[in-house]
Ligand binder design. Structure first.
Ligand SMILES: C[S@@+](CC[C@H](N)C(=O)[O-])C[C@H]1O[C@@H](n2cnc3c(N)ncnc32)[C@H](O)[C@@H]1O
Length: 237
């Protein structure tokens, strides 16, 4: 069973104010226990949202982190990085991964992406055409995505229809589906359900975020029977 001593150090109120879904720090804590991150590495934190994962990477591993997001501005994240004292290690960047990631080839020593990759990486092209060249060969890759326990092919279960839309649900897939998309790009490929799925959801549902309130109703309607959190790790081929 996984332990999460690093997550325990963070102020629960600060975390919950900045969640955009299931507890991203807890999930990152778990997934980074399966890869090697060393001080001084240059890490791409893709789809970092409010930057909680970037703060964690800088503080816990001393890595230089490029915090890339679309919905949250670089200025908004920079304020949080200052507040958390990681401004010298974390570089906030506003970019749309599906259009362009503005980095040099072989710039990164690791790729991390928590609860974001499913929005743009759920196709055969993204890794090969937009991401692969930016990451050095052999570098660790760790991706957490929300998914489905079985493949639903975009068909929303009747009980969850009041809470989900077709476009959002179409991004969710099972582990076999994701294996077909990513296994060919990664050595030492491992895909599994996150141990902390229930705990990460519990922390999110307890916040006063209006989206979380909606998700409480979805979980009451049986969301947990269909949805999971998937961990994918490996090394860039
Ligand atoms: C559910 S939020 C999760 C944020 C954060 N990783 C976390 O777990 O708290 C999904 C994030 O993916 C980002 N995202 C979605 N599409 C993106 C794109 N095309 N390029 C960059 N980021 C994207 C959004 O901006 C958003 O912050």
């Amino acid at each position: 069973m996984t332990n999460y001593p690093r997550t325990e150090k963070y102020d629960k109120h600060f975390l919950s104010q900045n969640f955009m879904g299931p507890n991203a720090v807890l999930m990152l804590d778990e997934i980074t226990q399966s890869i090697e991150l060393k001080k001084g590495m240059r890490v791409l934190d893709l789809g970092c949202g409010m930057g909680l994962t970037s703060v964690f990477l800088a503080k816990e591993y001393g890595v230089q982190t490029f915090a890339v997001d679309l919905w949250i501005s670089a200025s908004d994240n920079y304020k949080r990085f200052l507040q958390m004292g990681v401004q010298d290690l974390v570089i906030p960047i506003h970019a749309d991964a599906s259009v362009e990631l503005p980095f040099a080839d072989e710039y990164f020593d690791a790729l991390i992406s928590v609860d974001s990759y499913h929005y743009y990486g759920n196709n055969d092209d993204f890794f090969e055409k937009r991401l692969k060249s930016l990451i050095k060969k052999g570098s660790p890759v760790a991706i957490v995505i929300p998914g489905t326990k079985e493949e639903m092919n975009g068909v929303i279960p009747e009980a969850l229809k009041p809470f989900l839309d077709d476009e959002g649900f179409a991004t969710l897939h099972c582990m076999t589906w994701w294996t077909h998309i990513l296994e060919k790009h990664l050595d030492d490929f491992v895909i599994r359900e996150m141990d902390c799925t229930d705990a990460a959801w519990r922390d999110w549902l307890a916040t006063d975020n209006p989206y979380a309130k909606q998700d409480v109703e979805m979980m009451k309607a049986g969301g947990g029977r269909y949805l999971n959190m998937i961990s994918i790790t490996g090394r860039r081929k």
